[in-house]
Design a protein around this ligand. Sequence first.
Ligand code: GRF
Length: 194
Amino acid sequence: LRISVLVSGGGTNLQAVIDSIETGRIRNAEVACIISSNPQAFALERGIKHGIKTFVIDKSQYPAMSLRTKAIISALKEEKTDLVVLAGYMSVLEPELIEAFRGKIINIHPSLIPKYCGKGFYGHHVHEAVIAAGEKESGATVHFVDEGVDTGPIIIQQKVPVLEGDTPDDLGARVLKIEHQILTEAINKVISGL
Ligand code: GRF
């Protein structure tokens, strides 16, 4: 299974996928390429270190979203992508891309969807909102990507406790560890046909 990973930032979820493939936790799969929306993303370094082909497809090169989408689609097809994994990818996908890879795009989100997801709920903001709301638990979700934001069918979800005195960073770190685990499990579920 050829997996292409879309990233924007640190790439710890990408690293989890790379490590799982290299240690055999994920079998019959390889990272075909990495596409970053951010030329400075450390995720790119992680890929280069493992000899994985990387693309930067960002606003500066492609100001028009429609051209960015076309560039992403052609890169994904050029690399014979079977599964697209959004791993800390901070851009919404256009319908053309969803259509081109319908049912083959998964996303990892740092909350228990449908809570704290959708527009504005990404990264740190999620954990701030969870704590502000006095939630006793949070977690992470891997879901298929459809035209909505964080709205597709859920593949796997795992909870973590919110502890007294947690800062958003404390909670974020606890959730991020779970993200790495369930992303690997979700990919294995997709490979085995769910
Ligand atoms: C993190 O906030 C994570 O919760 C979300 O995207 C952000 C960066 O992840 N999935 P990564 O370290 O770049 O994979």
